[in-house]
Design a protein around this ligand. Structure first.
Ligand code: FAD
Length: 556
């Protein structure tokens, strides 16, 4: 008989079904994450991660994640008397999840408690909540990311920062000064252009002279505006000097609802617990952040951080898929053996684990560069300039294929909503689209190389830290260097290949230095030397499958 307990039903006994993976600690069970947290400077946060892990892996929190997706947010444009209210109603589970995130400072910790390892620690904690439900990651990430942009306008930062850094999650729709905590969103994308925000047609007219910090009236629309129940938004709009950045609160200083009208909510592939909307600004009140005409560089301060969260979010998806696949296959038998002991399934599982560990290790290394930049490290700034876009491209790009393979490990059960795998799968493509889609990331890498050649040196200096330890890595990096820049006429055409190789060489270098030896060997043999197929589950026969699988196995 298979491992799972027998349960009786009227016509048959139920057996050979895996138990749900709940009431386990996703931090405690995650060796690569624990190691990365310590290594990258966040060791002081281990107790917090243990505590949050216990909460996020609990049956209750997992249930909230399910419920928040089952009942999608609903738009209430008007109240019963016909007054415009523009509010979004959520299932109570959404608010519970938000309370966990905000209460644990995932939206604010590095600004509340700056110091060594602050962004690394937050990244690790973020990975824990996102495994329970990733939709809440959107407003939490935007609030965390808005602070550096807001600081471009010190008097606005002085007014708003304390609200955004509060650990109170206050879901009420009220003027921010009457709430115990606030959240911040962003609105850049318009119908005619998202990647190319310079095509924005929304206009900003000064109310009393204009300039940084001054009041403006905004007229126009945004085609995507996620988490529209946030208390304020960083918005791009055109002035006479070009694209500028504004802080637009939901309520005006007079205590009136701002002319921020939610047209409708998007009916999305995934990310269903979170509301994403189309909005119109019909003379909305806002204040300018940063220099007039410098809206893109101002909001890029925010985007730099949301992009880190796309990387961390993708790594979270890999880990969530891996633990689900390992749990299922450890408790499901076919042809006389648990699936996890079938040689071909072991290859699939190990390959998925290798990809997951590479994602965690590289995502956490990227998070460290945020701490180093905050400490004034110029080399880290140059490294981050490329590594951010390189990893955003590659981790997010691989996420859907990884998720679908984890789903398939469950057989038919994986295709059924209750398994949680369809939700994971639907979420997987999103991080690759928002905050700059795949091609845009690759073009950003090229732009970064031209703007600051020192970034290429900084990136490869990090990669070459692993030089000499693995001849396959040395050969791979040397061939990659020959391709940069190569033929300038074809550089954009080749950009995906170059960026992919940059990501793989960085991951290999980190795994060679810090990863489990079996994982590093499998990564280098497959991803660097090409001893691999075109699907997961094609690692070479000599791979140490046992060590890899054992290392990633979740313990209930
Ligand atoms: C669920 C969801 C929530 C979102 N929430 C927000 C939000 O809160 N605020 C906000 O401002 N935006 C939000 N967005 C919008 C998102 O950031 C944009 O969709 C994204 O930046 C792409 O812009 P676009 O949709 O206009 O596509 P386009 O700019 O039209 O791009 C289409 C494709 O062309 C590619 N491309 C573009 N330029 C080039 C080029 N030069 N060379 C080669 N390829 C190119 C892109 O990579 C992309 O694959 C959200 C999107 C989604 C799906």
């Amino acid at each position: 008989m298979a491992t799972a307990e027998r349960r009786s039903s009227a016509t048959h006994e139920v057996f050979n079904q895996a138990p749900p993976l709940e009431d386990y600690n996703p931090f405690d069970a995650d060796e690569p994450l624990k190691e990365a947290l310590r290594r990258e400077g966040g060791d002081w946060a281990e107790d917090r991660a243990q505590e949050l892990g216990a909460i996020c892996g609990s049956r209750q929190t997992i249930r909230w994640g399910v419920e928040a997706n089952e009942r999608k947010p609903e738009l209430r444009t008007h109240d019963r008397y016909g007054n415009r209210i523009d509010e979004v109603e959520f299932d109570p589970s959404w608010h519970e999840l938000m309370r966990i995130g905000v209460g644990n400072g995932l939206h604010a910790a590095p600004w509340r408690e700056p110091g060594p390892g602050a962004h690394v620690a937050r990244a690790a904690l973020f990975m824990l909540l996102m495994q329970a439900e990733s939709g809440v990651g959107c407003p939490i990430s935007m609030t965390y990311s808005a602070i550096p942009a807001l600081r471009k306008q010190p008097e606005l930062a002085a007014e708003w920062e304390e609200r955004f850094l509060s650990l109170d999650y206050d879901e009420r729709s009220l003027p921010a000064e009457r709430k115990s905590g606030s959240l911040c969103g962003m609105a850049m994308t318009e119908k005619q252009g998202g990647s190319d925000v310079r095509a924005n047609t929304t206009t900003a007219t000064p109310l009393n002279g204009g300039g940084p910090g001054a009041e403006y009236e905004i007229v126009g629309h945004k085609w995507f505006c996620s988490a529209p129940m946030c208390d304020a938004f960083l918005v791009l709009a055109q002035t006479e000097s070009g694209i500028s950045c504004f802080l637009m609160p939901r309520w005006t200083p007079d205590g009136e609802r701002n002319a921020f009208h939610i047209q409708r909510l998007k009916d999305k592939l995934g990310n269903r617990s979170n509301a994403s909307s189309e909005v119109e600004f019909r003379g909305a009140w806002a204040r300018m952040v940063g220099e007039e005409g410098r809206g893109v560089p101002t909001i890029i301060e925010m985007v730099n951080h949301t992009r880190l969260d796309c990387v961390i979010g993708a790594a979270t998806g890999y880990r969530a898929g891996v633990v689900a696949a390992l749990n299922h296959t450890a408790h499901r038998a076919a042809f006389g053996k648990e699936l996890i002991d079938q040689p071909l399934m072991r290859n699939v599982l190990a390959d998925l684990c290798v990809e997951s560990e590479a994602a965690t290790v590289s995502g956490m290394r990227l998070a460290r560069s945020y701490d180093e930049v905050a400490a004034g490290d110029d080399q880290a700034l140059e490294f981050r300039r490329l590594a951010n876009a390189v990893l955003k491209y590659w981790l997010c790009k691989r996420a859907p294929s990884h998720a679908v393979e984890c789903l398939e490990c469950h057989g038919g059960n994986g295709y059924v909503e209750e398994s949680g795998m369809p939700r994971l799968y639907r979420e997987a493509p999103l991080a690759s689209i928002w905050e700059g889609s795949g091609n845009v990331q690759c073009l950003d890498v090229l732009r970064g190389m031209v703007k600051s050649p020192a970034s290429v040196d900084a990136f490869f200096a990090e990669v070459l830290e692993g030089a000499g330890a693995e001849p396959k890595l040395d050969a791979y990096v040397s061939s990659l260097r020959d391709e940069i820049p190569g033929d300038i006429d074809t550089i954009q055409t080749r950009a995906r290949r170059i960026v992919e190789k940059m990501a793989i060489s960085l991951q290999a270098s980190l795994l060679v230095r810090y990863g489990d030896p079996a994982v590093a060997d499998a990564f280098c043999a497959s991803r660097l030397s090409g001893d691999w197929g075109h699907a997961f589950g094609t690692l070479p026969a000599g791979t140490d499958f046992s060590s890899i699988i054992q290392r990633h196995q979740p313990q209930s």
